[in-house]
Design a protein around this ligand. Sequence first.
Ligand code: 13P
Ligand code: SF4
Length: 351
Amino acid sequence: MSRKRFPDATPAQLDAEADRLADAGLAELGYQEPELERLAKLTWRINGLKRATKAVIPAHVYQRAEIVKGVADFVGDSYKLAKDCAAVSAERIVFCGVRFMAETAKILNPAKEVLLPAKEAGCSLADSITAKDLRALKARHPGVPVVSYINTTAAVKAESDVIVTSANAKKILAWMYERHRKVIFAPDAYMARNLARELGKEVGRDMVVWDGKCIVHENFDAGAVTLYRRMYPGVEILAHAECSPALVQSVDFVGGTGDMIKRVKESKAPAFMLVTECGLGDYARTVLPQKKFIPMCRLCPHMRATELERILLALEDPQPSQRIEVPAAVAAAAKRSIERMFEIAEDRATY
Ligand code: 13P
Ligand code: SF4
């Protein structure tokens, strides 16, 4: 595709754009004037090109704040992004997140152009299991249904019976256990153990698990929770469901990123600690500036790979490596398992 042209902004337009970014929450996060001016040049061009090329930009809540606040059309957890992408009318989707999320957007929109600005934005969970691995696991457990976390490749989704996200995994697993004695849950070993415990199931006997881990969440130290409680009396500690069972059992709330934000909104605690990727804390501080947050986070190198410059390139001159393609047969099978998730999560399943 030929390079798209977009006129340069006037100094007054750039000033206004920098002010917009500051007011949207970047000033609250400590971004200084020179950086706001540098970012404004990029966000102004991206937003102009986005309109001119009928593109839409979904962003996961772990993305850099200048993406979330500067150019995203919708922001959310994996479930919300999948739902929003299923309903987009735009012709192009420039997905700010990681590959499995962009693949999900493509599966739900096979006729649209889906671009992932950072081609190397993978996920340690998605990379932990291949479709061949899953077929071998199914062969060892014939007839056992497969519940796969959305953090998987399209090919693994195609081999699965239903997909789950952190927002609905417990509900969908409970639904499965009403119909089956045993379930395969892949690939997050910690999430599997956390869910098995919550549902009163035994790993091995009732649940076959895979040994995938999130490189961000597996490294939080459960032992530090006691120390934090002493240091910050009254703090409410919230952890993502991908954290270890030891950590999950020592905190006040466990869930996906959407659940964590909802809980902070509702809670009257004097301070909050969000044990997850740093992007969630940044987002929380911009949407809930009246709440107090105690820093405790890690960066995901995959989520951080997306930068405004690469989004601009995807809009101006999309590179073949930025284009998401999913073979039609794989996409059709993966779509069935994603739609089953929507149906069960929304109480629309009729089987
Ligand atoms: P959620 O936002 O769905 O909780 O997912 C977190 C995650 O694993 C993203 O990489
Ligand atoms: Fe994958 Fe973990 Fe990064 Fe999410 S935070 S993309 S689960 S590696």
